[in-house]
Design a protein around this ligand. Sequence first.
Ligand code: CA
Length: 241
Amino acid sequence: MRILVVEDEPQLARHVIRGLARHGHDASVQHDGAAGLQAALDNPPDLVVLDLNLPSLDGLSVLAKLREARCPSRVIILTARGEVEDRVKGLKAGADDYLAKPFSMEELIARIDALGRRGATPSAADRLEVAGLSMDVSNRRVTRAGQAVALSPREFDLLQVLMQEPRRVFSRTELCERVWQRNHEYDTRTVEIFIGRLRKKVDAGFDDALIHTVRGVGYAIRPPGDTAAASPPDETDETAP
Ligand code: CA
């Protein structure tokens, strides 16, 4: 995988680059935000490992600009341990995953492998459809009512899991396992944030919402007017526990 590391701490950057190279990745480094952004835009890598606290342009701004420019690279952000706010902000801004510092090389490699696996997993069906929402799995394209829906890689993965089994209710924990390949209660907030992002992109502007919260259980995608699943409108708010 071609990986760009944007990290200003020279020792940590060297350590990460060496570790990635040892695992067969083609890794390069930029030491400040503006240079990292430019490098990613000039030649989008498969993955950007992005520190948040960076000189010249902070990581969240780099991430926002990458997503604004529709840069296809996946992004793992590096956050200080315990900075829940940074993690939430990063995921909302379009990061695919995060890693808390200090982290082990094995942990980073595992996250990278998980991202790679998701992207490469062949689906049983190449085209998924739910009430005018259409997913071309091999080309990783999504349209609703013929209009393109631009999704980040993780958003796509999450939507794919939901669309493979319309009407089935997935718990946050199961979605966490299926999309992020890990199982921590701590991470279920991540699922909520991604569902919120999907709603904005898939359902906003349409009369009928397709993505539903089933209170106390989880989430499902289903066609409008699905009688088995008729639910009061307040069930679709994204903060329901
Ligand atoms: Ca830093």
